[in-house]
Design a protein around this ligand. Structure first.
Ligand SMILES: [Fe+2]
Length: 195
């Protein structure tokens, strides 16, 4: 797919590679960078399924936790600091808004497609990676059926919110979402250190 590069002034004038570079200026932990890449891959696939702007949604996914190390566990600042940083970097509210609001503990659940998709992707990405880890790091061996089973097992990857994942049902069926999430992560498995 050819990425359209919007001109300066467009809310998204940042390509995927530049977004990753920006992320790496603020985040050093490899596992966190992998989490952001995984969330971004699910965001792109979700946007494609919903006929939304896949380039934009992918960049939102890459950048959503850009402030995570900076806020150092202060969840009252998480999201706000990231959004401010992105606005200062010249990105628009189209990117900064979902990043700010994905802190649903602070902002509550919002119903826009992009906000719902981001909080769902944030959680399903971790769950799919956890599924791969119990298969010796092989995401290739994970299926939508594996995910469905593990979603029901509340003790498994307990930090991944099932409620946030299920909110995607407003836009698509869960089996479709599990399948596209697994395929998205399989598509970038080398970037995630998985096979
Ligand atoms: Fe995240």
């Amino acid at each position: 797919m050819v990425n359209v590069i919007p001109s300066a002034g467009h809310p998204l004038f940042m390509e995927r590679a530049d977004a990753i570079l920006l992320l790496q200026e603020h985040v050093v932990k490899e596992s966190l960078i992998a989490h952001c890449r995984a969330t971004a891959a699910v965001m792109r696939a979700t946007a494609e399924a919903l006929d939304e702007d896949a380039d934009l949604w992918e960049v939102i996914g890459i950048l959503h936790d850009i402030d995570y190390e900076e806020v150092g566990g202060d969840m009252q600042r998480h999201g706000d600091v990231g959004a401010d940083l992105l606005l200062a970097a010249g990105l628009g509210e189209e990117v900064a808004g979902p990043v700010r609001r994905h802190n649903y503990v602070k902002y509550g659940d919002t119903d826009t497609p992009v906000d719902t998709a981001l909080t769902a992707a944030d959680n399903i990405s971790g769950l799919v990676i956890a599924c791969a880890m119990v298969k010796a790091g092989s995401v290739s061996d994970v299926t939508a059926k594996t995910v469905k089973k593990k979603v029901k097992d509340r003790a498994f990857a307990a930090g991944c919110s099932r409620d946030r994942i299920r909110r995607i049902e407003a836009y698509m069926e869960l089996p479709e979402y599990y399948a596209l999430s697994v395929a998205a992560l399989q598509g970038i498995k080398e970037n995630l250190g998985l096979s």
